[in-house]
Design a protein around this ligand. Structure first.
Ligand SMILES: Cc1cc2nc3c(=O)[nH]c(=O)nc-3n(C[C@H](O)[C@H](O)[C@H](O)COP(=O)(O)OP(=O)(O)OC[C@H]3O[C@@H](n4cnc5c(N)ncnc54)[C@H](O)[C@@H]3O)c2cc1C
Length: 410
């Protein structure tokens, strides 16, 4: 059996390990355009804030490929897939790489922006080990930074730079950061905490142009105002990295569409991680949940199916735990559904203690939750959402972190 995996991120390496676990003989090729050993992308933001040294990024040792009998092709970008000939195309390799089973685990790329002056030095995206290395080189000379975007990456960039003592201005479209992860109440609590620590937030603005002499010195914003900055981080979300996928042959929406076995519309071709679009357990609709634990779980499941052990996943679920200065935030599932979804919303907000707990219920089923500074038993709530466990105690009882979980699971 010839297995080929495109992508040496967490989804790709978990797939490779699952395949090797089940099939010691098959030929296994892993193609990735990064050459650094497999690493933990979420830790990039911890390196930025100075909480972790860059040497801690790798999650597998350098002899990982040799130990598992994998042929790595690193530092090369796949340019296409010939579905009929069952071959992966690489520039300069005429015959391509043949496969019986293929996994698309190419992750995501930062969503690009359009603005004048993007070529200037010290304007960064924050996705890869190379990006963080370049940012670390720049930081000693940086006093003021501009961060574009209030999603997970924009937020983590702003937080990390603030922790480095840099003056940060953040431009966000919604009224508060992390609007895809949290609701208005939690978002405003986070925003207040960041502002208290010195963050300057400007809402509803974007950057139209950057200027400087070789490296960035300032930006013109969409309202015509000017802002000085000696570093810019663009964190406007990500898009599945699928330039090489033939969309006339493999079904793609935002990500590559997969079924419960992580198989695409073409038998024998699979997808996993940030590149894949799967059913979301809370929303009951197709969704790209671009998070680390999903990429690992989907990669593992894809690998098992590729090696002939049928495994079905129920769906994917968004979830996150974030520490912001002294504030703990935990979210899971569908945190902020529209009223038209008809869900019951229960919440408890203690302004004095700065705690917040919110639950979203679809009948007896928990479909979403957000917690600030009161995250006890949050992991259990996430597993209730993930496993669609019918609640045996009232939603109101669950609002208190001291709920009796024996009653819940009896
Ligand atoms: C700064 C930051 C903070 C994050 N924080 C969190 C967090 O707190 N919690 C959380 O759950 N998730 C977080 N994430 C998201 C998480 O890192 C991703 O969901 C996860 O890494 C996805 O894994 P993947 O294997 O699908 O893709 P990736 O890790 O992106 O790996 C894909 C690999 O494929 C390679 N590739 C792409 N195209 C090609 C091609 N044509 N040819 C060859 N190789 C190719 C890429 O270069 C890359 O090496 C964060 C991400 C970032 C960037």
């Amino acid at each position: 059996m010839k297995y080929v995996i495109i992508g040496n991120g967490v989804a790709g390496i978990h797939a490779a390990e699952a395949i090797r676990h089940l099939d010691a003989e098959g030929r296994l090729t892993l193609i990735g355009d990064e050459t650094f050993p497999p690493y933990c992308r979420p830790m990039i933001s911890m390196v930025l804030e100075g909480a972790t040294p860059p040497e801690r990024l790798p999650i597998r040792s350098t002899d990982f490929y040799r130990r598992l009998g994998i042929t790595p092709i690193l530092g090369r970008r796949v340019s296409g897939i010939d579905v009929e000939a069952r071959v992966v195309r690489l520039p300069g390799l005429e015959d391509g790489i043949p496969f019986d089973r293929l996994l698309i685990a190419s992750g995501a790329d930062p969503r690009p922006i359009t603005a004048d002056g993007l070529h200037l030095a010290h304007i960064f995206y924050m996705r890869t080990e190379r990006h963080i290395r370049e940012m670390l080189d720049a930081i000693p000379t940086v006093k003021t930074a501009l961060v574009l975007g209030g999603g997970l990456v924009g937020f983590k960039a702003a937080y990390g730079l603030l922790r480095r003592g840099i003056r940060v201005t953040q431009l966000i479209r919604s009224a508060y950061p992390l609007s895809m992860q949290v609701d208005r109440t939690a978002g405003e609590m986070i925003l207040n905490e960041l502002v208290r620590k010195g963050l300057d937030v400007r809402v509803g603005l974007s950057a139209a142009a950057f200027h400087g002499n070789g490296r960035v010195e300032g930006a013109r914003l969409s309202d015509g105002s000017e802002i000085a900055c000696d570093m810019v981080v663009i964190g406007k979300g990500v898009l599945p990295a699928l330039s090489f996928v033939p969309r006339d042959r493999i079904d793609v929406d935002l990500g590559v569409l997969v079924n419960a076995h992580m198989e695409t519309s073409v038998p024998g071709i699979y997808a996993a991680g940030d590149a894949a679009e799967f059913v979301d357990i809370a929303r009951k609709t197709r969704w790209v949940n671009a998070i680390w634990p999903e990429a690992a779980a989907q990669g593992r499941a894809a690998g098992m199916n590729m090696a002939g052990r049928p495994v079905a996943l129920k769906g994917s679920l968004s979830r996150n735990v974030i520490r912001i200065f002294d504030m703990d935030v935990m979210t899971g599932g569908w945190v902020d559904p529209p009223e038209s979804a008809g869900f019951e919303i229960l919440s408890r907000h203690d302004r004095r203690r700065k705690t917040y707990r919110k639950l979203v219920l679809d009948g007896r089923r928990l479909v979403g939750m957000a917690m600030v500074n009161d995250i006890a038993q949050g992991g259990l709530l996430i597993s209730l959402i993930q496993n669609e466990v019918p609640l045996r105690i009232s939603g109101n009882a669950l609002l208190s972190s001291g709920f009796n979980y024996r009653q819940l699971l009896n």
